[in-house]
Design a protein around this ligand. Structure first.
Ligand SMILES: CC(C)(COP(=O)(O)OP(=O)(O)OC[C@H]1O[C@@H](n2cnc3c(N)ncnc32)[C@H](O)[C@@H]1OP(=O)(O)O)[C@@H](O)C(=O)NCCC(=O)NCCS
Length: 154
């Protein structure tokens, strides 16, 4: 899927989060988080998102989701959808913060029998979503600054 998305699929957009230039001398800085979406007409379907296990809880997941939604809107998306395992608590909380709501259930969707939830946002360019994104952006910037200033001074 990754290979096809990165080489052939014009409807796919992927982003990665790396530390700033020069943080790892002579090497491309490592990827701390990555995610992507498929644009289907006006719907941005989040295909995947993950942050490095060592860097979870620092705000990178939210930061990346905001960046994906920004790109999606720039490409004409008016709504975003995704699928998540019912038991994936951290991912569900992350999506909830961004305004995603449960729109449907795919019972026993995964091979191990777990249900899949279909989540969707309110209209991306509506006032509710805009306000939420502004609030989340401000909070996550503060969190990232706090975390990364602390990390670089220890
Ligand atoms: C889900 C995932 C991408 C979150 O990434 P992250 O970088 O840790 O996310 P953030 O630090 O930005 O956290 C954002 C919010 O998610 C929720 N969250 C993240 N980790 C959590 C945890 N361990 N427990 C509870 N809530 C959590 C919180 O609401 C958090 O906001 P808060 O810290 O202000 O309360 C990450 O846990 C991951 O890569 N998981 C494995 C892959 C995966 O499940 N992807 C989703 C597939 S649908």
């Amino acid at each position: 899927m990754y290979l096809s998305d990165l080489t052939n699929n014009e409807l796919a957009t992927y982003l990665v989060v790396r530390p700033g230039e020069g943080s790892v001398e002579g090497a491309l800085p490592p990827i701390l988080a990555y995610g992507g979406f498929w644009l289907m007409v006006d719907e941005a379907h989040i295909a995947t998102i993950a942050s490095h296990p060592d860097w979870r809880g620092c705000g990178l997941g939210l930061w990346l989701m905001l960046a994906l939604l920004d790109r999606a809107m720039a490409r004409g998306a008016t709504v975003s959808t995704l699928e998540v395992r019912a038991g994936n608590r951290s991912a569900r909380l992350l999506y909830e913060k961004l305004g995603y709501q449960v729109a449907g259930v795919r019972y026993r969707y995964y091979r191990d029998g777990e249900d899949g939830l279909i989540l969707t946002t309110p209209p991306l360019d509506g006032p509710a979503m805009r306000e939420r994104m502004t609030m989340v952006r401000a909070a996550v910037v503060e969190k990232l600054m706090r975390r990364f200033v602390i990390a670089s001074s220890t």
